[in-house]
Design a protein around this ligand. Sequence first.
Ligand SMILES: *[C@@H]1O[C@H](CO)[C@@H](O)[C@H](O)[C@H]1NC(C)=O
Ligand SMILES: *[C@@H]1O[C@H](CO)[C@@H](O)[C@H](O)[C@H]1NC(C)=O
Ligand SMILES: *[C@@H]1O[C@H](CO)[C@@H](O)[C@H](O)[C@H]1NC(C)=O
Ligand SMILES: *[C@@H]1O[C@H](CO)[C@@H](O)[C@H](O)[C@H]1NC(C)=O
Length: 468
Amino acid sequence: MFIFNKPKTPTSIFTSFHSHLTSHPLITLFIFTIFLIQILILCSHSPSPAPELSSSSAVEKCPNGYIYVYNVPSMFNYDLLPTCKDLDPWHWQCGVATNAGYGTPASELSGIIPESLMPAWHRTNQFSSEIIFHNKLLKHNCRTMEPQSAASFYIPFYGGLAVGKYLFSDSTNESRDFHALELIKWVQSQPYWLKSNGLDHFIVLGRITWDFRRLTDPEQKWGSTFFNMPEMQNVKRLMIERAPSDYRDIGIPYPTGFHPRSDTDIQTWVKFVRTYNRTSLFTFVGAARDDIGDDIRGLLLRMCRDDSVSGTCKLVDCGVTLCANGSLEIMSSLLGSEFCLQPRGDSFTRRSVFDCMVAGSIPVLFWNRTMYDQYEWYLPKEPESYSVFIDHDDVSKGKKSIKSVLESYSREKVREMRERVIEIIPKIVYSEGEMNDAFEIAIDGVLRRFKEEKYQRLEEAELNMARN
Ligand SMILES: *[C@@H]1O[C@H](CO)[C@@H](O)[C@H](O)[C@H]1NC(C)=O
Ligand SMILES: *[C@@H]1O[C@H](CO)[C@@H](O)[C@H](O)[C@H]1NC(C)=O
Ligand SMILES: *[C@@H]1O[C@H](CO)[C@@H](O)[C@H](O)[C@H]1NC(C)=O
Ligand SMILES: *[C@@H]1O[C@H](CO)[C@@H](O)[C@H](O)[C@H]1NC(C)=O
């Protein structure tokens, strides 16, 4: 039969069927039956796709609405980029901008990490999140070019670089505040800012919150007054360290050197860290501060040095090794240890907490503000499931020995905790593909918060109307 000899599209079947309509009624009936059977077979073998409803699929893709990225004058972002390309320990901002914020390839890791993952590892600067987020948001699925259809507004201001130029020099208040003040002037000329007074606006800054709060700094000396400015009081800020009492501050993971390109990269890496032969109980990567009397870092450094003789602790003394440059020694210490010590540094948070977990090592915290109070969208609810907490007071007063605390965990318990750490890895990395990574979790969280706050405001307005 002609129908079975050639593959037909439904139209050609219909045409052939139609051309025989005029012949014998029995043939017509026969062809009609075959035609029906054909249709039935077609339907049962290839279920018809759901009808494309553009509006409902848009809601599915961006359930919390679209993001508008402001095109701010380049003085607020591109002009602030440093020109030095590699990580130079004497200049904190070097390498921030290289490769969309990911930095140069980490060729020094060759030989220690799986060769297939070499392209996923970079020398990433810890202060590059403002660049990473900007680049990723420009390419985001939910970005809209039309501000009238946006549910949220992103201001791509590299505020970390702007203030960072002046942090470590004797500079005037005016120079520290200059870019922030100019930015405030600029946004106030924008209709969608005026409409909401910044309530649906957000920024991402590469440095910690304390770099933008000079008026509330106990010494009134450090940083700019960006967050003290009245115009900034509605704006959400994504940062690597938040002020725990400020709901507008949102903590996001420090960028590490690992930027997986796919789920396969994640799987390869997870398998690698799960089975790595960890020969030390713990590691400490850090430098002591001679000028601080009861500096816990100095204490941990000495403790670790003593325990390194027996192989219990692996020490990377950043006073001797250049920790900002090249991460081979750090990587091998983190991979080779069950636990890693994470005391506070100049501020409460540390990039090393994330390096540690990415390497599958279990973090040991001494201050709650180093982690638990910072990154709630990224971490499980129960801190003891994936980390160890030893109060810093107990350590500095000699009440607790870190070694005995860590030795009290059974092999099985350590294995369980490492599994929880491994589950966190995909959430805290900034990927090079489209994955549910630290970036997506942050953006999703901000958009959800805008939505919740909007409903809250509407409800309050209704309540007020009902009362009056
Ligand atoms: C700089 O600003 C701080 C407040 O943040 C203030 O205490 C200080 O006096 C200012 N310095 C000068 C030179 O104006
Ligand atoms: C792990 O390393 C130790 C010390 O180098 C060695 O004795 C042990 O055999 C290694 N274990 C495995 C499973 O490779
Ligand atoms: C840091 O590493 C880069 C190469 O990765 C090198 O060019 C530079 O000299 C290093 N800096 C220091 C201070 O060692
Ligand atoms: C800090 O976190 C630990 C572990 O979750 C908890 O036991 C402790 O109560 C917390 N301390 C404070 C002051 O919140």
